[in-house]
Write a protein that binds this ligand. Structure first.
Ligand code: TPP
Ligand code: MG
Length: 797
């Protein structure tokens, strides 16, 4: 139990951060009003709601090893706390929401003040803490990070945030994995952006969390209330509070002490002791009492958190709070985007004892001697270890990844072979790879890897089939040393667990190289979580199969059309679509290295991410292709990484170039062969990464515009000798826009073939014909854009 002095200092710090966060927003808004005069959304009231909880956590409860996701709109209060710690600058706060100022929503990558998890898209930060605790357990179970204490993974959750389905998906997965050390603190202010929330929601939450094995701590009545309940008539007041509808409680809070008195006396007057209980308090005292919900009561909070520290079970704290606590807009249902008006601000500033011109002074208006507060601050446990982010050395990547030289295979098979070879080796890379899949482990070809490396669980669990000697291809044994995390069918969870695994070096000081597999079309299901993972700069590899219409018999519901564009457009994700397994081996080797690069900020002259590194997306196929028998020279490997190489270099008088990506390679090769008699010097370009090829081109242009006149991109070099009149036919099993930009590089007339509509079931041949991405489609396109004599073989295919 905290002593009285500790509590009074905390109370002052809470008041201070509430002031600073409210001022930050006010200042940013009034110095630089939006053109449309709009008020900036959400921050003042949302921040105030968490002021007590965050003060209790950061100034007293948290330890350096804890990791926290703060509700998006509480960013100003978070930044204010960091400002008091000296980890946030006044300059950035003055520039809150401005160019390179403190971010509207806490950001790991954009903010300077030690943000553990970015938030912004509600629900994702919440799930991230759960999966981070799973990763912490994984790290410990593998015998790593022995010298580091286990932390609590904590999320400050908005009550309306709980509407996001991904939270429930995560809860279920967490239950399966016996999640520990996770605290979710629900800011139960009973308000969202538009509305006051439904009555009785807390009971649903309580039942739900208990069902999933969590402890639930309801923090409803603060210590003032609890003391009042013990007075004569107190029980009546308690009953009144407990049955008061959310809307009314909010409205009365907004109206203040006199309104509370009137309403309470109307409802409870002439009832003896409870009337006296109300009447003996001033309006101000009454308002303070009624606002003393658990989430604004430091003694209750400290006590609850301290108790939870005594065990490692997951805990949901349901903390009743008031949105806009301590501000004149407290409780008002419109307060989400509400701001204090200048006159309200002026009046409130006076009550806070902050002199004009001293708004940023850290100890202005603090009623405890400054030296004592400073002493307190410098002794806060949370900041005792300085920067809390770890670094981990890069895991060496072998010169070459090997695979059996099968004459024909699909890239998906090749992926399975490469991982199997890795699983057989005992190098450091193999030890640090972890795979995961949302119930598609076997169907995405991870089976061989899992057979060798086992499934991860905190407790060992034998494969009953194996124990009973029933033959099975797969060995499904769980143990703490396993290297595959089996997930249920929820792609959101896949990307969030990848996000957590892919930050392990920074969060827990241990490098993990995560690989997640899924069906390509279901990238959309988890796309926001994927975006979130990239935004946090987590490092992972996603391997998506089957893809496109090439999975033909599976039908339209499983075909992916737009994912190559997702791969191109997603920042922080380098995407590849190789056709052959030797290409894949080069790409995966490169990827393991790329995932570990930490080059800091990208160079704005080029934006190329080669130094900074990032995550990788491999769009693979289940189509078996004849494999080229060739030597992988360093030059070829470089070209593959840069995004393309000539399978057949065009001659000086080339009339047509065919550029293909992925599984349609045989169609492109066949078309080029058939056209050779009727068009001169045809070229065939194999594109392994439209994404990197395009990014390189944009980067070179940007660099030239900024004075690096000799900058040339790979695609520009490839096309340097292609004559201007040459036509370009691009083809991909995916949206044609993926490659359509290539015509702009040198101004070649271009026809881009691909898939724009949902497909049918059928054979690959049926569907390639249906969409015109077969040899016939390629030849017909070439005939139109590269006129000459009729293509004799057009009718033959
Ligand atoms: C995925 C997503 N959808 C919508 C929003 C817009 N949004 C921001 S805050 C908010 C409501 C927040 O309510 P609550 O979680 O109760 O937090 P409070 O404002 O009460 O602090 C919404 C809908 C968002 N940030 N993310
Ligand atoms: Mg709310």
């Amino acid at each position: 139990m905290a002593d009285a002095r500790h509590l009074s200092i905390l109370k002052e710090l809470e008041r201070k951060v509430l002031w600073l966060s409210t001022w930050t927003i006010h200042n940013a808004n009034h110095l630089r009003p939006n053109e449309d005069g709009m008020k900036i959304g959400g921050h003042q009231a949302s921040s105030a709601s968490l002021s007590t909880i965050l003060a209790a956590l950061y100034f007293s409860v948290l330890r350096p090893e804890d990791r926290v996701a703060v509700k998006p709109h509480a960013s100003p209060i978070y930044h204010a706390i960091q400002y008091l710690f000296g980890r946030q600058t006044r300059e950035k706060l003055e520039n809150f929401r401005g160019y390179k100022g403190a971010q509207s929503y806490p950001s790991r990558t954009k903010d300077i003040d030690d943000v553990d998890f970015s938030t912004g898209s509600v629900g994702l930060g919440v799930a991230q803490t759960l999966f981070a605790s799973l990763v912490q357990d994984y790290v410990k179970a593998h015998g790593w990070a022995k010298d580091k204490p286990e932390g609590r993974m904590i999320s400050l959750v908005g009550d309306a945030e709980m509407d996001e389905g991904n939270i429930f998906e995560a809860l279920l997965e967490g239950w399966k994995h016996g999640i520990r050390n996770t605290w979710w603190i629900i800011d139960y202010n009973r308000q969202s952006l538009d509305a006051v929330i439904r009555e009785g929601l807390w009971q649903r939450f309580e039942a739900l969390f208990r069902n999933f094995g969590w402890d639930v701590v309801v923090l409803k009545h603060g210590s003032l209330m609890q003391a009042a309940f013990k007075e004569p008539g107190g029980e009546k007041l308690r009953d009144w509070i407990d049955s008061c509808p959310n809307q009314l409680y909010s409205a009365l809070t907004y109206q203040g002490g006199a309104a509370w008195r009137k309403r309470l006396l109307d409802d409870l007057g002439d009832q003896g002791p409870v009337t006296r209980l109300i009447e003996k308090r001033s309006d101000e005292e009454l308002a303070e009492l009624m606002a003393n919900l658990g989430g604004h009561d430091l003694p209750s909070l400290l006590d609850a958190f301290e108790k939870a520290r005594g065990h490692d079970r997951p805990v949901c704290f349901l903390a009743y709070t008031i949105k806009g606590f301590g501000l004149p807009l407290a409780g008002h249902k419109d307060n989400h985007s509400g701001m204090l008006t200048p006159s309200q601000m002026e009046a409130w500033q006076k009550t806070q004892g902050v002199r004009p011109g001293h708004e940023w002074d850290k100890f202005e208006g603090v009623t405890i001697p400054q030296a004592e507060v400073e002493r307190f601050l410098s002794a806060v446990p949370f900041i005792q270890k300085g920067t809390r982010r770890y670094a981990a050395p890069a895991v060496p990547v072998p010169e070459k990844l090997t695979f059996p030289a099968n004459p024909a295979m699909s890239t998906q098979q090749g992926f399975g072979f490469i991982l199997n070879e890795l699983a057989r080796s005992d190098n450091a890379l193999a030890a640090r790879v972890v795979t995961t899949a949302p119930d598609v482990t076997v169907s995405t070809n991870l089976g061989a890897w899992v057979n060798r490396r086992g499934l991860y669980a905190r407790e060992s669990l034998v494969d009953t089939f194996k124990k009973e000697r029933i033959p099975s291809t797969y060995n499904w044994e769980f143990s703490p040393s396993g290297q595959h995390i089996e997930l249920g069918i929820a792609e959101m969870n896949l990307f969030i667990v990848l996000s957590a695994l892919g930050l392990s070096h920074s969060l827990f000081g241990e490098r993990i190289l995560p690989i997640g597999t899924l069906y390509d079309p279901f990238i959309y299901r988890g796309a926001d979580a994927l975006n979130y993972a990239c935004y946090q700069d987590a490092r992972f590899m996603i391997v998506a199969t089957p893809s496109g219409v090439t999975l033909a018999p599976e039908g339209g519901a499983h075909q992916s059309i737009g994912t190559p564009l997702v791969g191109m457009a997603q920042d922080g994700l380098a995407s590849f679509e190789p056709a052959f397994v030797d290409e894949l081996a080069v790409i995966m080797r490169w990827a393991f290295d790329y995932m570990q690069r930490e080059g800091g900020e990208p160079n704005e002259k080029t934006w190329l991410r080669d130094e900074t590194g990032g995550s990788v997306y491999l769009r693979l196929s289940t189509r078996t292709l004849e494999q080229p028998q060739r030597e992988m020279t360093p030059e070829l490997a470089d070209d593959i990484m840069a995004g393309a190489y000539w399978l057949r270099k065009p001659g000086p008088n080339a009339q047509v170039v065919v550029a293909y990506t992925g599984a349609v390679a045989p169609e492109a090769i066949q078309a080029v062969g058939l056209m050779a008699e009727d068009r001169r010097d045809i070229g065939l370009l194999a594109i392994t990464s439209a994404d990197r090829l395009n990014a390189g081109w944009t980067a070179a242009q940007r660099a030239r515009e900024r004075g690096l006149v000799h900058a040339r991109s790979h695609v520009e070099r490839l096309f340097a000798d292609v004559p201007p009149h040459c036509g370009l036919v691009t083809v991909i099993d995916g949206h044609p826009a993926t490659l359509a930009w290539m015509g702009s590089v040198m101004g070649h007339r271009t026809r881009s073939l691909g898939v724009e509509h949902f497909g049918q079931t059928g054979t690959v041949k049926d569907l390639y014909r249906h969409f015109g991405i077969d040899a016939r489609g390629i030849i017909a396109a070439a005939e139109m854009i590269a006129p000459g004599r009729p293509m004799r073989h057009l009718r033959a295919v």
